[in-house]
Design a protein around this ligand. Structure first.
Ligand SMILES: Cc1cc2nc3c(=O)[nH]c(=O)nc-3n(C[C@H](O)[C@H](O)[C@H](O)COP(=O)(O)OP(=O)(O)OC[C@H]3O[C@@H](n4cnc5c(N)ncnc54)[C@H](O)[C@@H]3O)c2cc1C
Length: 481
């Protein structure tokens, strides 16, 4: 089924417990009206005739969301990217932005663990995916744990307490009970289901921390502590206070050897999603910079053009890497899952995240000091102040003051600490991408290339040509020897 926006709004009224800035929220759709409208619009757009072919597919005669399909090819990955970019361009969606990556990452890991250990998690996952197709929920990835002392494992007695990573505290024939917290879980208050999975590897001593499961947002014992001052709940802390999860919704329970596979297969999908939505944001960054250059009367200056060219490259290289990651996937022979190319997807995330502050430097440079000192947009609503701002904050006379003021405000917002931290840390901090690229880069090929250039023979198929050129000049062409 494809939910209607109305059904989506009602689905948020499931008794979920949400705290925002000291207030216990009575009704999520009322409190976060605009954010819920943006999120509900994903369901609206999926019901529009001109978008159905992209957003939906027919399975067993039923129209279901394409996002729930197991990705089997690069084209499947690319189509999901087109869905995410369509939503991002329309500034809507969110309720399943991260969750599809956790669904696919966990499903892949379930197939792997079952093959290796004879467990039966894939059956649970298949049934859960079928349930998703039937009910069209918003899903989100609840991965990041608070961690405590980063140097220590979860079960280490030197940790201040045992609950820095979500863990199983009880199990019986009906299911498991979990305790802990997940941090920074984007748009989770606007979602329906939390797909919980480990954020790292765990030891045998920490096997209770190896847990993955699906938990409804309204489940007993779940509380959301929304990000400060947000109008959509932001990226909340989620508390799991003895939450019971029936076995059919459990995808990992104790097989510690596999927690790393769950974490990394999710991250691989998720970094592709990051490069995907980021491309839309980076087009916006480049566009705001160009508008500011125009409003300030600066487009003639070559030093400004240099910065603008860099910003255009920043946006388009991110997209090129994302597209390459989708269209040059690794199709796992055992499971049939198409996984984003691990090197390209990590390069994409690392590239945009590591260059964000450079981009902000250019945008702020082009904009000028007003990006630090402008009166607020609330002031701009006051007619007396507005008149002064309109008069003195005008740039090139061809453009309205209001447009310039809006653009300056956008520069202020995008250059915030939030923007920087989001870009660096969401989808994993920079070190994690370096680590993956170091592990997965094709070092044999790189070494063979180097050997070839040094004249050292190598049997690598790309570089095993004879060291001498295959064509040598005949004596007849040589002069004066
Ligand atoms: C806006 C935003 C949205 C997010 N959305 C989600 C979401 O929807 N779902 C979700 O699950 N998560 C989400 N995250 C969490 C994100 O994945 C984490 O913030 C990220 O993985 C970094 O973890 P951390 O915040 O605990 O920082 P840390 O891991 O503490 O990182 C801080 C620094 O310490 C380094 N470090 C950490 N551990 C070690 C170690 N053992 N040895 C050496 N160096 C180390 C890191 O490399 C980094 O440089 C979001 C984060 C943000 C900011």
């Amino acid at each position: 089924m494809i939910k209607t926006p109305e059904q989506y709004v009602q689905s948020l009224r499931d008794g979920r417990v949400v705290y925002q800035d000291g207030e216990l929220i009575k009704d999520v759709p009322t409190r976060y009206k605009e954010a819920v409208e943006r999120s509900a619009s994903e369901f609206w757009i999926s019901n529009q005739p001109e978008h159905r072919a992209l957003f939906n597919m027919i399975e067993d005669g039923e129209e279901v969301s394409f996002s729930f399909k197991v990705p089997k090819t690069g084209e499947d990955l690319q189509r999901r990217r087109e869905i995410v970019q369509t939503l991002s361009r329309n500034r809507i969606g969110g309720s399943r932005l991260t969750g599809i990556d956790s669904l696919n990452g966990v499903a892949y890991a379930c197939d792997k663990i079952d093959a290796a250990m004879g467990t039966h998690y894939a059956e649970n996952m298949k049934a859960y995916r079928a349930w998703c197709k039937k009910n069209d929920p918003g899903l989100c990835a609840a991965v990041s744990d608070p961690k405590g002392n980063r140097r220590l494992h979860a079960e280490d007695p030197k940790q201040a307490h045992k609950d820095f990573y979500v863990r199983i505290v009880d199990r019986n024939k009906e299911g498991i009970t979990i305790v802990g917290c997940k941090l920074h879980i984007s748009d989770s208050i606007l979602s329906n289901e939390l797909i919980v999975l480990p954020s790292r590897n765990h030891n045998e001593g920490g096997k209770d921390y190896a847990v993955s499961c699906a938990v409804p947002c309204g489940a007993k014992g779940v509380s959301f502590l929304a990000s400060a001052g947000t109008d959509n709940g932001g990226h909340p802390m989620i508390i799991f206070d003895n939450v019971f999860v029936p076995w059919e919704r459990v995808f990992l329970a104790g097989e510690w050897q596999f927690s790393r596979v769950y974490a990394t297969s999710f991250a691989r999908y998720h970094r592709l999603t990051a490069a995907t939505y980021k491309h839309v944001q980076l087009q916006n960054v480049a566009g705001i910079a160009m508008l500011m250059a125009e409003y300030n009367g600066l487009t003639h200056a070559t030093r400004i053009q240099d910065m603008l060219a860099w910003l255009a490259m920043y946006a388009d290289i991110t997209e090129a890497l994302g597209k390459a990651a989708a269209l040059a996937p690794v199709v796992d022979p055992e499971t049939g899952f198409a996984l984003p190319n691990p090197v390209y997807t990590n390069c994409a995330k690392f590239f945009f995240a590591s260059q964000w502050h450079e981009a902000m430097k250019y945008v702020q440079d082009i904009t000028g000091g007003i990006a630090a000192t402008m009166p607020s947009m609330k002031d701009y609503e006051n007619p007396t102040v507005k008149a002064y701002m309109d008069k003195y904050l005008q740039g090139d006379a061809r453009f309205s003051s209001e447009d310039r003021i809006k653009a300056i405000n956008a520069v202020i917002r995008m250059g915030s600490t939030f923007g920087g931290v989001l870009t660096i840390h969401a989808e994993g901090s920079l070190a994690t991408q370096r680590m993956v690229v170091y592990q997965m880069a094709d070092w044999e090929r790189f070494k063979a290339a180097a050997k070839r250039s040094l004249g050292i023979p190598t049997d690598h198929p790309d570089y095993n040509q004879p060291l001498k050129p295959p064509w040598t000049m005949p004596e007849s062409l040589l002069k004066g020897k």
